[in-house]
Design a protein around this ligand. Structure first.
Ligand SMILES: Cc1ncc(COP(=O)(O)O)c(C=O)c1O
Ligand SMILES: [Zn+2]
Length: 418
C-alpha cells in the first residue's frame, strides 16, 4: 500500500524538509523533526484501516512506510483495553480504562516504535540497528531485529534492571553497559552511529519512533469507538506522549475524527523535567508560545522508575507541545506513590505493571485529587511496560509469603481465616 508520507517539519523552528531528506534532525536548528503527510481528500469511508491485519500495520495508511514485507513477523500492537471499575471507584471517576501495552512481544509499548523503525531501516538499506536505552527501547529493538535476523547494537546505562539486560542478551544484541547514566549512553551511541553510519533508533532523535507510538492513539480510537477525554502517559524522554498526541492530531488532520483528548503527562517528582516546563508555561498563561524559545531544563533524575528516569528529555519540546496544545496537564508524584500503585493496579485490575507504567495510575490519582480530571470524564491509562521487567521494585511493596511447616495441621491452622 502507498504511504501518504511527504516530508518533515521541525518542532522548534518549523522548517520543512522533503520525504527524501536523509538526516534525522532539522538542518537549520538541530530540532527534532515531525513526520508530515498529504492526506487523501475524497477517500472512501474507512480508508485508513486494513481490517485483515491484526497488528499496528492495520493502520499502515497512516504510517510513513510502505514495504510491509520488511516488517517483523511478530505481532506488535492490538493490545487489550480493559474497563477498570474497581480502580475507578477508588478515584470517583466514572469511566477508567487501562491499555495493557505490556502485552507486546518484548513486553513494552516500545515495540510500536521499534516495529516502524525496523521497516524504515530496511527500506533505506541499513545494515545495523543501533540505539541507547534505559532498557525497554533496547530490548524491543533487539527482539524485533532478532525476528528478522538483523544485527543490533544497544548502549545501556550500567544500572539498567537485570531483566531488561537479560532480554537484550537473550535476543542476541551486542550490549554495551556504559559506565554512566542513560544520558551518557545516549551521547555515546549518537557518536558511534554517526561515525559508523548505523541506523540510529534513538528516542526523539529518530522521527519514525514517534510514528510507531502514534498507533496507540489510533488503536484506542478504534477500540473505544470514540475519543476518550484524557489519556494518561507515563513520561521520561517525552517521545511516547508526543507520539500518542501525534496520532490524535493525524486522525483529526486526516478528517477521521472531529475532536481530540487531553494529554496528562505523569512523571516522578524525582524526574520531572517536562512537567516543570509545562508548569512554567501555564503559570505565565502561555498557550501559544514561540516554540523555538521554549526550553526544557535538565534535571538530576533519581527515580526508582528506571524507564522514566531522564536528566535531559530527548523529545522534551514535542512532549510539552503535546500537553499544552491538547489542553492537558502535567503531574508529578513521589516514588512511594509510584511503588504503591503497582499492587493497586495488580490487585484491583489484574494487571502487573513495571514502576514507570504504574506512574500513570499514580499520576491519575493525583490529577483526580487536584480536580484536574473531572469525575464524569472518560480516562485511559497507558500501562507501558510489564511488571516482570522489574521484579525487585515490585517485591519492595508486594509483601512477603507466609512461611509454613510442611505438614497438614500447620497448613489448616494457617488457612483458617481465609
Ligand atoms: C515502560 C515505559 N513507560 C514509559 C516510558 C516513557 O517514555 P518516554 O521516555 O518516551 O517519555 C518508557 C520509556 O522508556 C517506558 O519504557
Ligand atoms: Zn529547526
Amino acid at each position: 500500500m502507498k504511504t501518504h508520507f511527504n516530508g518533515f517539519r521541525c518542532f522548534a523552528c518549523g522548517a520543512e524538509q522533503g520525504a527524501d531528506y536523509a538526516g534525522y534532525v532539522c538542518p537549520q536548528c538541530g530540532g527534532n523533526l515531525e513526520v508530515r503527510y498529504d492526506w487523501p481528500r475524497h477517500a472512501p469511508g474507512r480508508w485508513w484501516l486494513e481490517p485483515a491485519r491484526r497488528d499496528i500495520f492495520r493502520y499502515q495508511a497512516l504510517l510513513p512506510v510502505s514495504r510491509l514485507e520488511l516488517a517483523s513477523p511478530l505481532r506488535v500492537g492490538q493490545t487489550p483495553l480493559y474497563d477498570a471499575p474497581r480502580l475507578s471507584a477508588a478515584t470517583g471517576l466514572k469511566h477508567l480504562l487501562l491499555k495493557d501495552d505490556g502485552q507486546n512481544p518484548s513486553a513494552s509499548f516500545k515495540d510500536r516504535a521499534g516495529a516502524v523503525a525496523l521497516v524504515r531501516a530496511r527500506e533505506i538499506g541499513a545494515q545495523v540497528l543501533c540505539g541507547a536505552s534505559t532498557g525497554n527501547a533496547g530490548s524491543s529493538m533487539a527482539c524485533l531485529a532478532a525476528s528478522v535476523g538483523m544485527p543490533c547494537v544497544i548502549f545501556v546505562p550500567e544500572k539498567a534492571p537485570a531483566a531488561k539486560i537479560a532480554q537484550l542478551l537473550v535476543f542476541g544484541a551486542k550490549v554495551f553497559a556504559v559506565r554512566g547514566t542513560y544520558d551518557d549512553a545516549f551521547d555515546l551511541c549518537m557518536e558511534v552511529c554517526r561515525q559508523r553510519g548505523w541506523f540510529n533508533r534513538n528516542t526523539g532523535h529518530n522521527p519514525f519512533t514517534r510514528e510507531g507510538k502514534k498507533t496507540a492513539a489510533i488503536e484506542l480510537y478504534e477500540q473505544l469507538g470514540r475519543m476518550p477525554d484524557w489519556v494518561v502517559v507515563p513520561t521520561g524522554d517525552g517521545n511516547i506522549i508526543a507520539g500518542i498526541w501525534k496520532g490524535f492530531q493525524d486522525l483529526k488532520e486526516a478528517g477521521i475524527v472531529a475532536r481530540t483528548p487531553k494529554m496528562l503527562c505523569a512523571q516522578s517528582e524525582a524526574s520531572q523535567a517536562i512537567s516543570a516546563a509545562v508548569w512554567a508555561l501555564q503559570q505565565t498563561g502561555q498557550t501559544k508560545p514561540d516554540w523555538a524559545k521554549v526550553q526544557v531544563a535538565a534535571v538530576q533524575a533519581t527515580t526508582v522508575a528506571d524507564s522514566i528516569s531522564v536528566d535531559i528529555p530527548r523529545d522534551g519540546l514535542a512532549a510539552v507541545r503535546a500537553v499544552v496544545e491538547s489542553g492537558g496537564a502535567a503531574v508529578a508524584v513521589p516514588d512511594a506513590e509510584i511503588l504503591a500503585a503497582i499492587p493497586e493496579l495488580a490487585r484491583s485490575a489484574g494487571v502487573f505493571a513495571e514502576p514507570a507504567a504504574a506512574c500513570a495510575w499514580a499520576g491519575l490519582k493525583k490529577a483526580a485529587r487536584d480536580g484536574l480530571v473531572q469525575p464524569d470524564e472518560t480516562v485511559v491509562c497507558m500501562l507501558t511496560g510489564n511488571g516482570l521487567k522489574d521484579v525487585a521494585s515490585a517485591r519492595k511493596v508486594a509483601g512477603e509469603p507466609v512461611a509454613l511447616d510442611n505438614n497438614i495441621n500447620a497448613a489448616l491452622a494457617a488457612t483458617e481465616n481465609i
